[in-house]
Design a protein around this ligand. Structure first.
Ligand SMILES: [Zn+2]
Length: 82
């Protein structure tokens, strides 16, 4: 099965903490080739986008978060089963 890497991942130009607005974020872990959860394909020929998800920790408040998000149209598109 061939997998396609999606390019619809958004880099937040502000790059700040979602909780306190702090600008010092440190990368904790990156997960590669992550599929969209709860998105069921109707056939094997349907796209199976994969994303790189990086968790970052705020140095001010400690919140662990994903700063660069996947386009909501992909997460909650017509294949969304949730
Ligand atoms: Zn923070």
């Amino acid at each position: 099965m061939q997998q396609r890497r999606a390019t619809s991942q958004r880099k937040d130009p502000r790059r700040c903490c979602r909780l306190c607005g702090g600008s010092r974020l440190s990368s904790v872990v990156t997960l590669h080739d992550m599929p969209v959860s709860h998105a069921l394909r109707r056939s094997a020929a349907d796209p199976d986008p994969r994303f790189e998800i990086t968790f970052e920790s705020c140095e001010r408040c400690g919140l662990l978060q994903i700063v660069d998000t996947v386009d909501p149209a992909i997460l909650y598109g017509d294949t969304d089963t949730y």
